[in-house]
Ligand binder design. Structure first.
Ligand code: GDP
Ligand code: MG
Length: 375
């Protein structure tokens, strides 16, 4: 994890240093030509130029004995798609997430009160997709997506981009489109607020066409659906379209192995201790498993799902809160179930050391810069 300068990054990507500096500036970082950039900045800037960054030395060091198990084809089973909702502010991301949660989770379940754990899972109750599930990441917005991408986490299978039909394609709409396209994630457009008298979804289709996005009803390849997050019109059709994209992706996982997945969020709860919400990508996570996440490891003491119910195990694409880690890993950190505590401790220690070294190095840069400026 050597830091490289803006100039070096530019030459690696074969673009002008001014373009790199401009990209930094858009993130609020004022970099000079020879300024060394931190890992996250490098990754986000590179993404803007369609490059994916691999920090080989760090990866090798911490994952030295965690080679990915490859699953045999016959062990794989279809898994639910993981969906992120993005879009411009006030176009209805939160309303849509809330509507889907209320309509699809709460009503059908005993108790009916859902927990905000950072993600939730819904099951289709009728129609051709009856019985299929979709997992929604509950942290809408670009920050979460960007942070996860910067950490190399690719957990989103499909992105829903919400655009208010009484407004236009806006800067954050464009940003969301860019993020999704750079990540190679299929998009379904939700033309929202269709209940409003001044809604004009055709204007949005036209706006999108100007961005080189031709929607399906106009003969293009991007699925779009008119919806109202307020009344719920169109939401079932929207979910069907998401499932259609998912089908094309042929998402599969092996539920019969040690779990691997990603941390969605983690925090310290006064009553429960450290609580991490994780998404299982493959395998099945069980109470009692030894989990290694970022620089922390511990035995899973308890698992709680999005309905607040204690569960004993969680399979692929299922979001759960876990108790038992002695700290809060970062959103986007990978987790692995380990065979032994000794092995988990070894890697956790290496990672901790690496994190410490990185922060010391970062501090040194600042100090050198400061000295330079004082001269
Ligand atoms: P976000 O910033 O994208 O999360 O947008 P919100 O979900 O907070 O919605 C912004 C505003 O639009 C709120 O006042 C919502 O009540 C309203 N809103 C969202 N969806 C709809 C809709 O489908 N119809 C109508 N009439 N209002 C909506
Ligand atoms: Mg919101």
């Amino acid at each position: 994890t050597e830091f490289i300068s803006a100039a070096e990054l530019a030459s690696l990507m074969n673009v002008s240093v001014n373009e790199v500096i401009a990209a930094c500036m858009r993130m609020g970082i004022f970099a000079s030509i020879n300024q060394r950039l931190d890992a996250e900045t490098i990754q986000i800037v590179a993404l803007e130029f369609n490059y994916e960054v691999e920090f080989i030395s760090a990866e090798e060091e911490v994952n030295f004995d965690m080679a990915e198990e490859v699953d045999a084809e016959e062990d794989l089973q279809t898994r639910a798609p993981i969906v992120t909702i993005m879009g411009h502010v006030d176009h209805g991301k939160t309303s849509l997430l809330d509507y889907i949660r209320r309509a699809k989770v709460a009503s059908g379940e005993a108790g009916g009160i859902t927990q905000h754990i950072g993600a939730y899972s819904v099951k289709i109750k009728e129609g051709p997709n009856k019985g299929k599930s979709i997992t929604f990441l509950d942290t809408p917005g670009h920050e979460a997506f960007t942070a996860m991408r910067a950490r190399g986490a690719k957990i989103t299978d499909v992105v829903i981009i919400v655009i208010s039909a009484d407004d236009s394609v806006m800067p954050q709409t464009r940003e969301a489109i860019n993020h999704a396209q750079n990540a190679g994630v299929p998009i379904v457009f939700a033309l929202n607020k269709i209940d409003k008298p001044n809604a004009n979804p055709d204007k949005i289709r036209e706006d999108l066409a100007k961005e080189n996005i031709l929607v399906e009803s106009w003969g293009g390849k991007f699925q779009e659906q008119e919806v109202s997050a307020k009344s719920g019109i169109g939401v079932d059709d929207l979910l069907d379209k998401v499932l259609l994209e998912a089908e094309l992706l042929e998402l599969k996982a092996n539920p019969n192995r040690n779990a691997v997945g990603t941390v969605i969020e983690a925090s310290l709860d006064k009553g429960k201790g450290y609580v991490s919400t994780i998404l299982v990508e493959t395998g099945t996570l069980k109470v009692g498993d030894i989990v290694l996440a970022g620089q922390y490891f511990g035995r899973v003491r308890a698992m709680i799902n999005d309905l607040g119910t204690r569960i004993k195990e969680a399979g692929p694409s299922i979001p759960v809160q876990i108790l038992g880690l002695p700290g809060a890993p970062q959103a986007g950190d990978k987790f692995n179930v380990m065979e032994s505590e000794r092995e988990a401790r070894e890697i956790a220690n290496k990672r901790e050391q690496l994190n410490r070294e990185m922060s010391i190095r970062a501090k040194k840069h600042i100090t050198l810069d400061e000295i330079g400026r004082r001269k």
